[in-house]
Ligand binder design. Sequence first.
Ligand code: AMP
Ligand code: MN
Ligand code: MN
Ligand code: MN
Length: 374
Amino acid sequence: MGADAPLIALSAAARQVVVPCLPARSRAADRQGSLSAGARCTRCAGQVDCDGSHSRGVRARRRRPSGAEVPSPGGRFAAAYNLRVTLSSARINADLHCHSAVSDGTLEPEALAARAKANGVELWALTDHDEVGGQHRAMAAALDLQLPCLTGAEISVTFAGTTVHIVGLGFDADDPALVAGLAATRGGRRQRAMDMSKALAGAGIAGAYEGAAKYAGNPELISRTHVARFLVDSGVCTDTHEVFRRFLVEGKPGYVPHRWASLRDAVTWIRRAGGIAVIAHPGRYKFTANEEFALFTEFKAHGGEAVEVVTGSHTAAEFVKYADMALEFDLFASRGADFHSPEESHTDLGTLPDLPVRLTPVWEPLHDRVQRVS
Ligand code: AMP
Ligand code: MN
Ligand code: MN
Ligand code: MN
């Protein structure tokens, strides 16, 4: 769908998203030049913000010698699976998954926005776990930096006995049902952290609750990441990944099972708040093929519309696997580093490969919910 259609044109000077348009179907419209004053674009029927310049993208593509590589926006190289393929909004440097100190990241929303901008991100979303408390700060900071952005959150869900994360994008961050649903989802975290602390004490590690609480900027969002930071800083492990491996995953001494939101509830909160639900980093779940099929099927049945294909949690082989799954299930595709911290995260904001251009980016149906300085 739309693999050869440049749906969001970039201003070369400003490197800003300037023309978000709905997917085009008309080749005749593609052949149009840019619009004269007052004319309506036949391609997108005069969407808000459209100046017809997506047509210029098509002309630029036609001039390019076949097989020549065009650097991605921000100077990145095209991913191998995109070589010899046309310009497309898949090449926008969108980063739609990261965490601030409002959940388990270490940077404040303003510092994350600045980092995204400095790294060449052109469309950004802050997606704190089970919390929208940082959204207004993130939006204000992004707008100050002329960085187009979407609202976001990452909701913890229990599916088939496993924790699954569902990202919501482009919703109304003040929607009462969404805000209440997130509050209920994070409500059990304090007790869980105390139970984890008790379990770790049984394994000879004392004071984990109090230790972790010092790292949690938002006490309601105390998480395994904060426990992990405490265990690194107190010298028990050398990095947070080692803490998870040795103590915090199923079967290890500090693991405490927890029941999060249902898949149906999470998707419904996001949809009713006007957003799009995205299966986050599907490659991370330890599902059998049948369980994974059930997750995608039920997610769709509840109204879920997108999947993260290019994420910091996926290998290159998983980019391809979940690109295929996106097509099989007719889902939009998302891209995001899942950045948490300069010290801990392997993938920085804005540094991932592009989405495969055979997919339809999730930012296309969200074009009218992008916040930007006009
Ligand atoms: P929680 O929501 O309290 O269960 O914590 C989940 C968070 O822990 C994830 O969002 C990641 O930030 C972090 N996490 C999970 N697994 C690992 C791992 N193996 N290494 C480092 N961080 C991890
Ligand atoms: Mn996290
Ligand atoms: Mn996650
Ligand atoms: Mn995340």
